[in-house]
Design a binder for this molecule. Structure first.
Ligand code: NDP
Length: 244
């Protein structure tokens, strides 16, 4: 499958590190003019060095008021990856309202606000488009000590389905990917204890966590016309965990 995005413009949030950073690199490799949004300038600087064609946008998505200002000069966008998220690992009784607000502001509210801005442009241009929201396996299975994070990702799945209903008639497809633990900086937050790692990998029929490239390839497929009849889906990238 030779995916090409020549003539397309893409926006990736949370592009500084991990999955988002590699999605940007792959989009550039596939010919897309790519806008990389993140909140740490040094990450954007190093990404720009690696991929000189990118358009870096510094923005903290926690501040929803600043999003439209940050995106106002970005021009038309055909492909959107809502990837930015935070993970605060807390049990049911440790979870507090400040962490709830912080998590939902970034993981859910910003996904909606960015998508509204981008989809409005797609509709005005009658151009169609493809949006991928990066959710998590945590939305599909109970997971101890991830109360707020898992709830935020379940909200992302729900937002994905509603977007697919309302944007579909405008030829805009919306899907989510739901990766299992993937080897990035975020994974280190909850998965540095070998006992926990063993407990989780034992639930995964393929017996291991995901590599970043295995998540990136599904995102690129969902952005591309190779998935032209797929919309409203939440696609596990989990080695069979959800099925087990
Ligand atoms: P990382 O923590 O490695 O990278 C996240 C990126 O998002 C960073 O560049 C970070 O910037 C940026 N970001 C976070 N908050 C904001 C914000 N408020 N405004 C702008 N940018 C922000 O995460 P991953 O690559 O591991 O995760 C990417 C996505 O994949 C997330 O949606 C995550 O929930 C999901 N996921 C990850 C899994 C995993 O095991 N890694 C498993 C399942 C899903 P900065 O570093 O400057 O804060």
């Amino acid at each position: 499958m030779n995916i090409r995005f020549d003539g397309k413009r893409a926006l990736v949030t949370g592009a500084g590190k991990g999955i988002g950073r590699d999605v940007v690199k792959k989009l550039v490799e596939c010919g897309a003019e790519t806008i990389a949004l993140s909140r740490t300038q040094s990450d954007l600087d190093s990404l720009k060095q690696e991929c000189p064609s990118i358009i870096p946008v510094l923005c903290d998505l926690a501040d929803s008021e600043s999003i439209s200002t940050a995106l106002k000069d970005c021009g038309p966008i055909d492909l959107l990856v809502n990837n930015a998220a935070i993970a605060i690992c807390e049990s049911f009784f440790d979870a507090n309202t400040a962490d709830f607000d912080k998590t939902f502001d970034i993981n859910v509210k910003a996904t909606i606000v960015v998508s509204q801005i981008v989809a409005k442009g797609m509709i005005e241009r009658k151009a169609g488009g493809s949006i991928v929201n990066v959710s998590s396996q945590a939305s599909l299975r109970g997971l101890k000590n991830h109360l707020i994070y898992a709830a935020s990702k379940a909200a992302v799945d729900s937002v994905t389905r509603t977007m697919s209903l309302e944007l579909g008639p405008h030829n805009i497809r919306t899907n989510a990917v739901n990766p299992t633990v993937t080897n990035t900086a975020m994974a280190k937050v909850g998965w540095s204890d070998p006992v926990k790692v063993k407990a989780m990998t034992s639930l995964i029929p393929l017996g291991r966590f995901a590599e970043v490239s295995e998540v990136v390839s599904v995102i690129l497929f969902l952005l591309s016309d190779f998935s032209s009849m797929v919309s409203g889906s939440c696609v596990p990238i989990d080695g069979g965990c959800v099925a087990s």
